[in-house]
Design a protein around this ligand. Structure first.
Ligand SMILES: C[S@@+](CC[C@H](N)C(=O)[O-])C[C@H]1O[C@@H](n2cnc3c(N)ncnc32)[C@H](O)[C@@H]1O
Length: 249
């Protein structure tokens, strides 16, 4: 596995994770495609913005339960007994993720809510302004949680550990971007509390490469997978140049 450390593979994450040694990964951060039926014209989340890179691979809603089962099962096999897996999910497909995780033998440890500003406004529904951040482990007694990594024992760390994370989205205005990205601060929080420097962090759905970027900055090792070649080139350019935002590929 040594040759995979600090690399991003351009492939389907399911066979990739199946090929990893069992129980070799300390932490998995996963933000799978949403499984929304946008129709053909929206397959790349077109936002009339030439800076949004094309090629995002979506999963059809009808395939979402089976897809979730397959990737969560393989991710679970690769995870150490002491490890954590975080899964980001909107409310629409939450039931499929939770069923797949339970059937894969994972245990729900916490379920933080990531609350962001600028939800989609409508007059006939609640404004959706959060994601579920499902935190699973394999063993409640063995899973590692570094509760004092940001605040030494005795200092008040209560506020930072509340399970509602109010973190703004990042706009990346004027720079190349993928259609959807996790903010740096969300990944930092997970890395602080569920890993230490030198740990191996796997992200099967890398997108813009946020997990790799923050892992590198915080001294963690990353292993990444992304099915879209353009996104892999984008991530590698960000990492190689050391520029958080770039204007050309
Ligand atoms: C929600 S995005 C991830 C965004 C990422 N967390 C970030 O911060 O940039 C999901 C990504 O999964 C990719 N994807 C879809 N199916 C995949 C598969 N089977 N294997 C690997 N990547 C896949 C999509 O192309 C998309 O870039």
């Amino acid at each position: 596995m040594e040759h995979l450390i600090n690399t991003i593979q351009n492939c389907d994450c399911i066979p990739f994770m199946n090929s990893l040694p069992k129980e070799s990964i300390d932490l998995i951060i996963s933000d799978p495609p949403y499984g929304q039926n946008f129709g053909k014209g929206h397959a790349t989340y077109n936002r009339d913005d030439e800076l949004v890179l094309p090629g995002y691979v979506e999963i059809d809603k009808k395939d979402y339960p089976a897809f979730s089962k397959r990737w969560i099962e393989t991710a679970s096999k690769a995870l150490k007994k002491t490890g954590s897996i975080f899964i980001f999910s909107g409310f629409e497909n939450l039931e499929f993720i939770m069923t797949a995780a339970r059937e894969s033998g994972l245990i729900l440890r916490d379920q933080p809510i990531w609350k962001y500003s600028f939800g989609v406004r409508t007059d006939h529904k609640w404004v959706v302004s959060h994601y579920n951040v499902l935190h699973y482990c394999k063993n409640m007694n063995k899973v590692k949680f570094y509760g004092h990594s940001l605040y030494p024992k005795g200092k008040k760390s209560y506020a930072d550990k509340i399970d509602v994370w109010e973190i703004d989205r990042e706009a990346w205005k004027g720079y190349l971007k993928t259609p959807t990205r996790l903010p740096k601060a969300v990944i930092e929080k997970i890395l602080h509390y569920s890993s230490v420097p030198g740990d191996i962090v796997l992200d099967p759905f890398m997108g813009a490469g946020q997990t790799a970027w923050v892992a590198k900055e915080m001294g963690r090792n990353y292993i990444g997978c992304e099915i879209c070649k353009t996104y892999v080139d984008f991530i590698n350019k960000r990492l190689e140049t050391g520029q958080y935002n770039i204007k050309t590929l």
